[in-house]
Design a protein around this ligand. Sequence first.
Ligand code: HEM
Length: 326
Amino acid sequence: MQKLATQFTLIFASVIVSTILVVSQAQLRLGFYSETCPNAETIIREVVQKAVANDPRNAAILLRLQFHDCFVQGCDGSILIREDEDGELKAPGNLGVGGLDIIESAKARLEQVCPGIVSCADVVALAARDAVSLVNGPFYHVPTGRRDGRLSKMSLAQKLPDVDDSIDVIKFKFRVKGLSDQDLVLLSAGAHTIGVTACFFMQKRLYNFSGGGGSDPGINPGFLQKLKAKCPVNGDVNVRIPLDWSTQNVFDVEIMRNIRDGTAVIASDARLYDDPETRQIVDSYAASQEATSFHQDFADAMVKMGNIGVKTGSRGEIRRVCSAVN
Ligand code: HEM
């Protein structure tokens, strides 16, 4: 009976969240700045282009930043606020998140040409889109009109998906944000086709899986040796290894084959093969011969993620600088 009540509460919570999502979705629109700041998207793209040319790693960093912004209090730029010691960025789940300075420099350029118009939250979403397209990922149109949040608290970032979460927990954490199993596979595995992870995040998977002192049995045995060599026990946990072992610099569908073949790097990607629904989605992309549908579906999922809990109309504000509320 209690289980039934819990299930009902979870379903009810999901319905409410999805409804809020749909309502906020209706308020974002393509070309929101076309009259008030017509060069906004060009300016952001130039800044991102320069940052990625300086260091190609910035593409992955900017993509990850949008996920971490949207999953805490919605896509409202709250992760960028750095006024307090207990700000969102300090939460354990945000370890290694970067790219804030790139967003700030785009915002500074925007303030010179159209002060008080373009939100930091929109800069994050547009910068992630540009970053993806610069590493051979899809280019997609991003609805804009997000306003910035005024609150950034470490405690609010406790429910971010964790690398060692079970698949049920991961699915739930996406579902309450209005994201389906397909979105989960596309966004988490899809984004991990580029970028790196610190060995820190591999510790449990390699040396204490489920608290049992061993390694994740889902790892292909030959691959396990390679991972252990890169992230040795008692080694430097700050060493970084590619998330997509086979094609780390290309935005491609190969990551799905890695998951299918037991050569996923981080545990949360591997977990996508533990569940019948997510496994079937991974398998279908892994079997596809061309990138088109993966690219298109990833783009659609990014637009959907970009709608989570957005503040529009009279809610929130347009910050003057992204690191502090007005
Ligand atoms: C189950 C959900 C997810 C988990 C548990 C997860 C976990 C992680 C971890 C542990 C890292 C390594 C971080 C580091 O060492 O600094 C990472 C990197 C990354 N994540 Fe995720 N992630 C998830 C979903 C996503 C989503 C939805 C996106 C974007 C749409 C994303 C984009 C990235 C990118 C691009 C990197 C590479 C960052 C870099 O190279 O600095 N992740 N993720």
